[in-house]
Design a protein around this ligand. Structure first.
Ligand code: SF4
Length: 671
């Protein structure tokens, strides 16, 4: 029997970085078992520690490793170390983090020379083709390469030459067996990982920044209805440690057949209580279908649409069509009516982007009242059109190198310790976006994250909207008036800009030298370097809640005044809100604090209108006395979170980063 290890590694030194089941490698393993039977023995791995233990006992004949931006270096280090111990080991890589041109592919395979074969595109047929070919050569990869024989879906380099044969995609997915139903993923149900399922492959769009935007991936293939249902049932019966399910499809909800998947999920929710939360990338058009599916999934689903940018020139440059803005508005309204969280995604620094265009994109999301604006920096992903030399030149991209947040650590591999960090290229400017404008956009991202996301200050922003002003303009006012920042908040904003710039390196070489320095990896692991600066600094702001709250109330008053909207009634209302917010949100982690306080306004009634009210039209007729305290389920949520993260400032910062803070603010009831 030929032993084959399949590993889809994640970094673990800073907590588990990629928390999903290893579905990609598991599906390849399942297909290989189906086609090759007992001839091969397969083992699956996710954690480096487990792979190391297994390799220490026995190095297999074939080691297959997935390659994503977040695990290339760790996978390569394992491959090198294992090959050193067993030189006749065959190392096979696969995954989207692979360049597209012949020159770059050759360079890649020469740079990562422990890789014997790279499977291009889907791995199932590629691996089986390779295995059969290796068998013809007595499992001797050297002999196979020496003959320079092409293998469908495989690439390798020999004598400086790239040998490669592309292959077509699998158009009948039903011939690929389900790794869940084969039991291959059973051990992962007891690990802190989230089950994931794919019901379709392919995306009809061709966004130039995305690895799935290739023309070859534009046809959609789907698994059989029955297979999807059985897989979901299998997962629901076994997912005891997790409430969540991820659907890996690139446009879930865009097709009629997705409705039957949603109906199955709805049935399973009733029968088994699983899944409580479903995460998926929503389809890029047909919002009415997404609304329909959200209705079926009753609040456990997702509701939103990634925009990336709203500017027509940017969208043209990245070859992307968006849902028309009015249709996203319908999604936002529907979400509000149903109490369903809504989101959009925006990328900073796309070709043709500028400060003004980025702000306009943010304005659309913020003023529409979406609950969450996920803001990303532009990564140049291997194999994408955007990462090509032509594209870099055309758009005059300003590139920097950095360590991927959460992807660094010291790892034991076959008895030796290795310092490993994943790194990436990000775009921090281009011919229409200067570096200084980029930094200003990043600061605006922090304001959106702190004040808008998860509706953390819905009371003030609800008022601003109700009197006909723009929420986003209020954020602009804050951005343009740094003199109004309290010292604490100012220092966090300065530290944020410092973090945004200090972790960037001009070249790959400089970054690698930095990683190699004594203590460097430890700084990443402890979080003093390479942290997610946006969420970390939002957390710091929340730990100075009184200052943050005062700052926003003062800014809102001045903003309203500047726009000729400030009245005595509004002033009075904001003063009341300031105290109300403080009692609910300050020291949110302290579950012993309880308040009984009277207000002139009936905040209970106003909360039912999402605080979207014009104070000029209400008479303060209180006193309304409220008991403000955490309810039992909040207490348990907070206490469990504190057990995980601790009560230190850095622990609380992590808790804030990783939780929905809104669920932790004290509830209030009439006394
Ligand atoms: S729509 Fe999404 S998955 Fe499809 S190419 Fe664009 S970014 Fe990629």
């Amino acid at each position: 029997m030929i032993n084959v290890y399949f590993a889809d590694l994640t970094h673990t030194a800073q907590g588990i970085m990629s928390k999903i089941f290893p579905i990609g490698t598991a599906t390849v393993a399942a297909y290989a078992r189906q086609e090759l039977g007992e001839e091969i023995g397969v083992k699956l791995f996710k954690f480096p520690e487990e792979l190391d233990k297994a390799l220490c006992k026995n190095i297999p004949e074939i080691l297959c490793l997935s390659n994503y931006a977040w695990n290339l270096q760790i996978a390569n280090t394992f491959a090198k170390a294992a090959k050193k111990k067993k030189p006749d080991l065959t190392v096979v890589f696969g995954g989207p983090n692979f360049p597209d041109s012949t020159v770059e592919r050759t360079q890649f395979l020469k740079k990562y020379s422990s890789i014997d074969f790279y499977i291009i595109g889907e791995g199932e047929e590629g691996f089986v083709n390779l295995y059969k070919k290796l068998k013809e050569y007595g499992m001797d990869s050297g002999k196979l390469k020496a003959r320079k024989e092409a293998v469908p879906s495989c690439a390798y380099v020999i004598d400086e030459e790239l040998i490669l044969e592309e292959n077509s995609r699998i158009n009948n997915l039903n011939k690929v067996p389900c790794p869940y139903q084969m039991g291959l993923l059973d051990p992962f149900f007891s690990m802190p990982l989230i089950p994931i399922i794919e019901t379709t492959r392919g995306c009809p769009f061709q966004c130039s920044f995305c690895a799935d935007g290739k023309k070859t991936a534009d046809r959609i293939f789907r698994y059989d209805e029955e297979k999807i249902t059985k897989t979901l049932e299998y997962i629901a019966q076994r997912a005891k440690n997790c409430d969540e399910l991820i659907i890996a499809d690139l446009n879930f909800g865009m097709y009629d057949f997705d409705i039957s998947t949603a109906n199955t999920l709805c049935r399973l929710q009733k029968e088994t209580g699983y899944p409580l939360t479903i995460k998926a990338s929503a389809g890029k058009n047909k919002p009415e279908k997404i609304i329909n599916i959200t209705n079926i999934l009753k609040g456990s689903g997702f509701l939103g649409a990634a925009l990336q940018s709203t500017d027509p020139e940017v969208l043209k440059a990245i070859k992307r069509d968006n849902i028309p803005t009015e249709k996203i508005m319908n999604l936002a309204e529907f979400g509000k009516e149903q109490g369903n969280p809504t989101y959009t995604e925006i990328i900073l620094g796309l070709p043709q982007d500028s400060k003004e265009k980025h702000f306009e994109s943010l304005r659309v999301g913020v003023d529409m009242g979406l609950n969450s604006i996920r803001m990303y920096q532009l990564m140049l992903l291997a194999g994408t059109e955007m990462a090509s030399p032509e594209s870099r030149k055309t758009f005059e991209m300003i590139i920097k190198w950095r360590v991927l947040p959460g992807c660094a650590g010291n790892y034991q591999i076959l008895g030796k310790e290795y310092r490993i960090a994943e790194y990436e290229e990000i775009v921090v400017g281009n011919k229409t976006l200067s570096f200084n404008d980029y930094l200003e956009c990043r600061l605006m991202n922090l304001l959106v994250e702190t004040f808008i996301n998860n509706a953390l200050f819905e009371e003030i922003f609800g008022l601003i909207q109700a009197i006909g002003l723009s929420r986003f303009d209020c954020l602009l006012f804050i951005l343009n008036h740094p003199e109004t920042y309290p010292e604490s908040i100012k220092s966090y904003f300065d530290s944020y800009i410092n973090d945004t710039t200090s972790d960037l390196f001009e070249t790959e070489k400089e970054l690698l030298e930095h990683i190699d320095q004594e203590g460097s990896i430890e700084n990443y692991v402890s979080g003093t370097k390479g942290r997610n600066e946006l969420l970390y600094h939002k957390a710091l702001c929340y730990l100075s809640f009184q200052d943050l709250n005062n700052m926003l109330c003062m800014a809102a008053l001045k903003f309203l005044d500047e726009n000729g909207k400030l009245t005595k009634k509004i002033k009075d209302y904001i003063e009341s809100l300031r105290n109300f917010s403080l009692l609910r949100k300050k020291s949110f982690e302290n579950t012993n604090l309880e308040y009984v306080e009277s207000f002139k306004y009936d905040f209970k009634a106003l909360s039912k209108k999402n605080f979207e009210i014009d104070p000029n039209h209400i008479e303060p007729c209180g006193p309304f006395t409220f008991k403000i305290k955490h309810n039992p389920s909040q207490i348990s949520l907070i206490q469990n979170s504190l057990k995980i993260y601790g009560k230190s400032t850095s622990g609380l910062a992590r808790l804030i980063q990783r939780s929905n803070l809104k669920k932790m603010f004290r509830e209030f009831e009439y006394n």
